[in-house]
Design a protein around this ligand. Structure first.
Ligand code: 13P
Length: 302
């Protein structure tokens, strides 16, 4: 049973006037009043447009042998996700993509993703990996603009935008990462920083293609630190990101885009985060490296 709150109605009112919910729900008295006032429509009955996505970003970890072991353990413990309105994604390093693809082939609802993509098709770009190469390894997703790439490898909003366009052109789903540093949060710039990242990443992308992207909100101060954003902090940023997407496309598109949270997500905090209206899954680093933890995250509500 989902409890729909006043803020949920306001967020839906700002992003197209429709609130999608997967099953039974209850409204708080304030939400009931706001529903009428803002003319929000609740669409329910298992028809939520947004899938829950639990994605593991393995970063620079795992030899081929370890990768096969981990991916086999995940695949065998996952069960059939296809009827549950959710999917799992594993993003190993490039070197392990092919072997992970083989070990997860046939698992329903489990997909392969890369941790980056280059925006040119081929040529003299030593060290880069193209969309076609990722597709030939079995990828359907690719992470773009992770804060570690922005910090250590000179990734900018402009290169994120080019990579996202290339991924969309090749029918790979880009998982575009945004998020503020601690200093930016403490100086009240978090929302402006994320707005600039979203606007930059989606610049020149059509409404139809915006509907195909996945956004990951990863506050830099929460990555690998054990400090998670509170559900309230994360929800307010996710709702804000949805508003920005609505501004760049329209409300219906914004309601259909999955926005994942990333930053020290683990089996103990996943439920509180995923219960928030605008949090549609997670991009998980450390906890995705242990099959048991990753499976608990995928089955967070069992
Ligand atoms: P952690 O889950 O280890 O904090 O990493 C999050 C992340 O960066 C996922 O991309």
């Amino acid at each position: 049973m989902r409890l729909i709150q006043y803020e949920d109605i306001l967020s839906a009112a700002r992003t197209g006037g429709k609130l999608f919910t997967d099953g039974k729900y209850m409204l708080t008295p304030l939400a009931k009043e706001a529903l009428k006032r803002h003319n929000v429509e609740i669409l329910s009955g298992g028809s939520s447009m947004r899938k829950i996505i639990i994605a593991g970003n393995w970063k620079m970890n795992m030899s081929n042998e370890d990768a096969v072991r981990l991916s086999r353990a995940v695949a065998s413990g996952l069960g059939d996700l296809s009827s549950r309105g959710r999917i799992a994604v594993m993003c190993p390093p490039f070197t392990a993509l092919s072997s992970v693809a083989s070990s997860i082939s046939g698992s329903k609802g489990l997909y392969l993703g890369a941790q980056n993509i280059f925006y040119e098709d081929k040529g003299a770009y030593t060290g880069e990996v193209s969309a076609d190469m990722l597709i030939s390894c079995g990828c359907s997703f690719c992470i773009i603009g992770h804060s570690e790439r922005r910090k250590y490898f000179g990734e900018t909003d402009e290169t994120v935008n080019k990579r996202a366009k290339k991924a969309l052109e090749k029918s790979l789903t880009p998982v575009i990462c945004v998020g503020e540093t601690l200093e930016e949060r403490e100086s009240s710039r978090a929302f402006n920083v994320v707005k600039k990242q979203i606007t930059g990443a989606l610049q020149g992308i059509s409404k139809e293609d915006i509907a195909k992207v996945v956004i990951a909100y990863e506050p830099v101060w929460a990555i690998g630190t054990g400090k998670t954003a509170s559900p309230e902090q994360a929800q307010s940023m996710h709702a804000y990101i949805r508003e920005q997407i609505a501004g760049l496309s329209d409300g219906a598109v914004a309601q259909s885009v999955s926005i994942l949270y990333g930053g020290s997500m683990n089996p103990a905090n996943v439920k509180g985060l995923l219960e928030c209206t605008d949090i549609d899954g997670g991009l998980i680093g450390g906890a995705s490296l242990k099959a048991e933890d990753f499976l608990k995250l995928v089955h967070f509500d069992d």
